[in-house]
Design a protein around this ligand. Structure first.
Ligand code: SAH
Length: 467
């Protein structure tokens, strides 16, 4: 991967002083995972360009992982040698360490001067799409140009990849530009750092000094940079909070921080709350939770007297064990114990125990089913079990683009077999309603974006006749 930096600020060859690398030389540096090269394709008084080229050796990278992990194929065959990732940040600090820290013994006045700079990164993986590029670079005052690459030009049907060529332009000191890139390149990539360690937090705070505190997306940046290690992430937020209190005492950070943390934490609760409300409104007394997982909804159902009979069903015995322990089913009073039962079963097979219930909840389950088997599921639920009310939720794929903590890959969970857009979901639900004589209505769950809709979509089916 290649990082290219250009200035037209005369005399442009000053870039050589600022980077501490002579424009006439081609220099190479050994890294533990490969080599970094610095060279200047052009070095004139009116325009000067420096390149940092990284050559990653995948075998060295695997060896570096240590003896405790057996090497797997994907340790050798992956995108790491070809994309800008945390390895680029490692190379930047090795090769441009002095420039990053903003030192220049020979020309100290030069270092603090903001000049017209541009930087191009080939190739940058951006998890979360182009919107993330704008959200992270624009508050820092950069103009952005991004070209998205298809997976393979020969096979346009494979669609667009998460890889971009990105150029940013702004009036910055060289040290600012390097520090922004050092922190943000791994943030866009959002993969696990190869070198993540306890000192990662210090690096973030040091390289983020003077800009991260003010950045509106500082939470996403810290979270992704520290790759969800929540203890480090919270420490980072606390440190950023201290810093901002010193400089802008009238700005209150605490409520905003809590609000947005809570917002990202509580989607699951919002989902269960909305499902519960729909079940309550249906008047159901006997409810079955299909694919009940670890029993979060069951716990809520148990709290409500309206639900006289509750059944939790899942294909995973392990989940049922966890549910049983969590709800302490073996220690419930006789009266409560008579209200709830768990059963092992699959939504793929007709099961008489699922017949005759007032309502069924199917929360975040359908996307785990294999598409060719969806028809079997439809018959099991709508033709045989046919409860009066069915409340079903599933992710809205359109929202993934704004889902900041979306892991690499296009689905939210490794076990998701598909995710529907709003249109696909509605088409499916309307079609099924017609075929099995149900009415349906749709409800959004979670914060809605104008173009992408909500993170979770829900449908409530009501059976038309009691037949
Ligand atoms: N409804 C729960 C869990 C969702 S995770 C919640 O909202 O928290 C999806 C669940 O569906 C998992 O527990 C998984 O074991 C279950 N599941 C997947 N395929 C299934 C099938 N064929 N039959 C029943 N459950 C299934």
């Amino acid at each position: 991967m290649l990082l290219t930096m250009t200035t037209i600020h005369a005399p442009a060859t000053d870039l050589g002083f600022l980077l501490h690398k002579h424009p006439d030389r081609f220099q190479s540096f050994s890294l533990s995972v490969g080599k970094a090269h610095v060279f200047y394709p052009e070095a004139r008084a009116d325009r000067c360009t420096a390149c940092l080229l990284l050559e990653i050796d995948p075998v060295a990278m695997v060896r570096r992982r240590g003896q405790d992990q057996p090497p797997l194929l994907d340790h050798y065959v992956n995108d790491r040698p070809y994309v800008a990732s945390s390895l680029m940040s490692v190379a930047m600090s090795r090769v441009f360490g002095t420039a990053l820290s903003g030192n220049c013994q020979h020309r100290p006045a030069l270092v603090g001067q903001a000049i017209d700079l541009s930087a191009t990164i080939d190739v940058l993986p951006v998890r979360g799409g182009e919107a993330i590029l704008h959200r992270l670079f624009e508050p820092l005052g950069y103009e952005i140009e991004a070209t998205r690459h298809p997976f393979d030009e020969q096979f346009p049907e494979w669609g667009e990849s998460p890889y971009y060529s990105v150029t940013i332009r702004g009036r910055k000191t060289v040290s600012e530009l390097l520090r922004h890139l050092y922190v943000l390149i791994p943030v866009f990539d959002n993969e696990k750092h190869y070198f993540v360690g306890e000192d990662e937090l210090e690096k973030l705070l040091a390289k983020g000094e003077g800009w991260l505190t003010e950045h509106p997306e500082k939470e996403m940046i810290s979270k992704r940079y520290l790759k969800y290690r929540s203890s480090l992430y919270r420490q980072a937020l606390d440190s950023l909070l201290d810093e901002s209190e010193q400089t802008t005492s009238e700005v209150s950070w605490t409520p905003r921080r809590e609000e947005s943390l809570e917002a990202s934490l509580s989607l699951n609760e919002q989902r269960h709350g909305t499902v519960l409300a729909a079940l309550r409104a249906s008047g159901a007394k006997r409810v079955v939770d299909l694919g009940c997982g670890e029993g979060k909804l069951l716990r809520e159902l148990l709290k409500e007297k309206q639900f006289e009979q509750i059944l939790g069903m899942d294909v995973s015995v392990r989940s049922l064990e966890i549910t049983s322990n969590r709800l302490k089913l073996d220690r419930l009073s006789e009266k409560k114990a008579a209200r709830i039962k768990l059963m092992h079963g699959s939504l793929m097979y007709r099961d008489r125990r699922l017949e005759g219930w007032d309502a069924a909840a199917v929360v975040e389950v359908i996307e785990h089913l294999n598409p060719p088997r969806i028809q079997a599921f439809e018959r099991v639920l709508f033709e045989f079990a046919k409860p009066t009310t069915i409340v079903l939720t599933t992710p809205n794929r359109e929202y993934n683009i704004v889902w900041e903590s979306l892991p690499a890959g296009s689905f939210r969970h490794a076990d998701h077999r598909f995710e529907w857009t709003r249109e696909e979901f509605r088409t499916w639900a309307k079609d099924i309603s017609k075929r099995y004589a149900y009415h349906c209505r749709f409800i959004s769950i979670g914060p809605e974006y104008e173009n992408y809709g909500p993170p979770t979509q829900m449908v409530v089916f009501e059976r038309v006749s009691a037949s």
